[in-house]
Design a binder for this molecule. Structure first.
Ligand SMILES: C[C@@](CO)(OP(=O)(O)O)[C@H](O)COP(=O)(O)OP(=O)(O)OC[C@H]1O[C@@H](n2ccc(N)nc2=O)[C@H](O)[C@@H]1O
Ligand SMILES: Nc1ncnc2c1ncn2[C@@H]1O[C@H](COP(=O)(O)OP(=O)(O)O)[C@@H](O)[C@H]1O
Length: 267
């Protein structure tokens, strides 16, 4: 069985408090976008994983698909599978590519082998693999809170706009991003801010990682500034970076930027 495994962007990201378990309480809006990996899972004699497209760093046993397999295997009588992943989603981009793969892997296994898992049960499994993973079980716009793994569905439809995503040639690790941020309570919740007109977002919806990441990676700050110069209604780094998205009325021509970056139009 084959499945597209799509990316997300974060619209707003408030880091509220450090938790006793070392994680952070936050609020963010997750919005699915149309940059896709392709995931194939086939029953086989032994467990194997291969990938094509972008190179995936890290050890095979840490790959989130393999971790997802072992997690399900603990509770369910699933056969060995051959996993093929075609990787298009930039890595270390704040686009949740690995998290998406894990969630879609769980969904594929559930369908393939009739595990009978409900959406809530799949979210519980996904949550154990990473804070971002659970979102991709729903894969529709949500307001997320706590570790970013509790959700409330929201009405947010950006399909009338053009979302452009730029991936600079910079790398930011998620753990590095969290280490550099100073948590603080919010004055107004993102849950209310996201309901305001898009034209009001620029003045109020923030990504708390931008402060220190823009200081250490001025190239990323420059990309955001360029998106505004090209007419974005709203622009922001996604999650812990390094990708930056802009929301436009009409598809912009980002001529100069393409020389130095990967640019994805109309995602
Ligand atoms: C920052 C966000 C925003 O959506 O996404 P990315 O930009 O990475 O895509 C997420 O919070 C990333 O979620 P995810 O990448 O799944 O995190 P995990 O694997 O669970 O954790 C990686 C590390 O991030 C930190 N972490 C993560 C989530 C959270 N609420 N508090 C944290 O402090 C911890 O240091 C943890 O060790
Ligand atoms: N299936 C996977 N695809 C991408 N990265 C993965 C995967 N499994 C594990 N990883 C690890 O997760 C790290 C980054 O994950 P990714 O979700 O692409 O980025 P981000 O956290 O920026 O959204 C990589 O450095 C890689 O080692």
């Amino acid at each position: 069985m084959i499945q597209f495994s799509n990316a997300k962007i974060n619209i707003g990201l408030n880091i509220i408090a450090r938790r006793p378990d070392g994680y952070h309480d936050l609020e963010t809006v997750f919005y699915p976008i149309k940059i896709n990996d392709v995931l194939e899972v086939i029953e086989a004699d032994k467990l194997s994983f291969e990938s094509s497209g972008l190179e995936i760093p890290g050890r095979l046993e840490d790959n989130l698909c393999i971790r997802g397999y072992h997690l399900l295997k603990k509770d369910h009588d699933v056969p060995p599978v051959k996993i093929h992943l075609h990787k298009n989603i930039p890595i270390g981009a704040g686009l949740g590519g690995g998290s998406s793969n894990a969630a879609f892997f769980i969904k594929l296994m559930n369908a393939n082998f009739e595990l009978g898992l409900s959406a809530d049960q799949m979210e519980d499994y996904a949550r154990q693999l990473g804070a971002d993973c659970a979102f991709f079980i729903r894969n529709r716009p949500v307001f997320a809170f706590e570790k970013g793994d509790e959700f409330e569905d929201i009405k947010l439809d950006l399909s009338a706009y053009k979302i452009v995503l730029v991936m600079p040639d910079e790398h930011v690790s998620t753990a590095e991003a969290y280490r550099g941020v100073k948590p603080a309570p919010v004055r107004e919740s993102l849950y209310d801010q996201i309901k305001t007109p898009l034209t009001a977002w620029r003045g109020q919806i923030k990504n708390d990682f931008e402060g220190h990441i823009f200081r250490d990676h001025p190239v990323i700050r420059g990309v955001k500034a360029e998106l505004y110069e090209h007419g974005a209604i709203y622009a922001s780094m996604s999650g812990s970076g390094a990708s930056v998205f802009g929301i436009f009325e009409n598809t912009p021509n980002l001529g100069g930027l393409e020389e130095f970056n990967q640019v994805f139009y109309n995602v």
